[in-house]
Design a protein around this ligand. Structure first.
Ligand SMILES: [Zn+2]
Length: 238
């Protein structure tokens, strides 16, 4: 068993490499992806129009980049190497790091009292756009990712709340931290992932001390009856 673990660690080392920053080791890896720039773009089994069409992709979809062949780009499509016209494929790089510079983490400790998704409507909404983490008032709330504070105020159903804007792996996100007992940051501040931004409370439309946490792709969009652009935070924590 020990031997197996050693082997796996070595593999990870080779694949990603290590870069040293200051006193900390930061694992970093750069991979290439392809973004489709046209709707209905045909996916083929080989690098010419003579090959069979096995599917079509739309503008904005992304795939792992596997290489080029003439004017065709090789992508991983459903786990298989396939080809799309390079005219409508934009290659870009993604750098990931295992340390504080990438990804999202749980903003507070505590029990998940309510998950993301359809809700009864008892509390005025039929879709719960975030997760509720129940913990005593005063429990620290941390920035889920590095970013900028765009809202910090006491207002409406969220009560004392903070919103942050993030860019993670080239994508824009907004996080919401609601029902706080106190806020420790103000609009315009740049906050590092894991920094304390406030404390859990029971303000606004809240029935018991908890953190209501939301994640949105792009800007914040409110909806009490659908997901809108919100995502399930539990799928993003690392
Ligand atoms: Zn909630």
């Amino acid at each position: 068993m020990k031997r197996m673990i050693t082997t796996m660690t070595m593999t990870a080392l080779v694949v990603s490499g290590f870069a040293t920053t200051g006193t900390e080791k930061v694992e970093a890896a750069t991979t290439y992806k392809v973004k489709v720039t046209a709707d209905g773009l045909r996916v083929r089994t080989g690098p010419s129009t003579a090959y069979k069409v096995v599917g079509s992709v739309n503008s904005g979809q992304t795939f792992n980049y596997l290489g080029v062949s003439g004017s065709w780009t090789k992508i991983s499509y459903g786990g298989t190497a396939r080809y799309i016209s390079s005219t409508y494929a934009k290659k870009y790089s993604v750098t990931t790091s295992s340390k504080a510079t990438s990804g999202f983490s749980r903003p507070a400790s505590g029990r998940i009292a309510q998950g993301y998704g359809a809700a009864s409507g008892v509390y005025g909404y039929t879709f719960h756009n975030g997760i509720d983490i129940a913990a005593p008032t005063g429990t620290p709330v941390y920035a889920s990712a590095s970013g900028t504070v765009i809202t910090s105020r006491y207002y409406g159903a969220y009560g004392n709340h903070i919103m942050m804007k993030h860019t993670v792996n080239g994508l824009s996100y907004t996080t919401v931290y609601a029902h706080l007992s106190s806020r420790a940051v103000s609009v315009g501040q740049t906050i590092a992932k894991g920094s304390r931004i406030g404390n859990i409370g029971n303000t606004g439309n809240s029935f018991g001390s908890h953190l209501h946490f939301e994640m949105h792709r792009g800007n914040y969009v409110y909806s009490a009856s659908s997901a809108a652009n919100s995502v399930n935070p539990l799928n993003y924590f690392n």
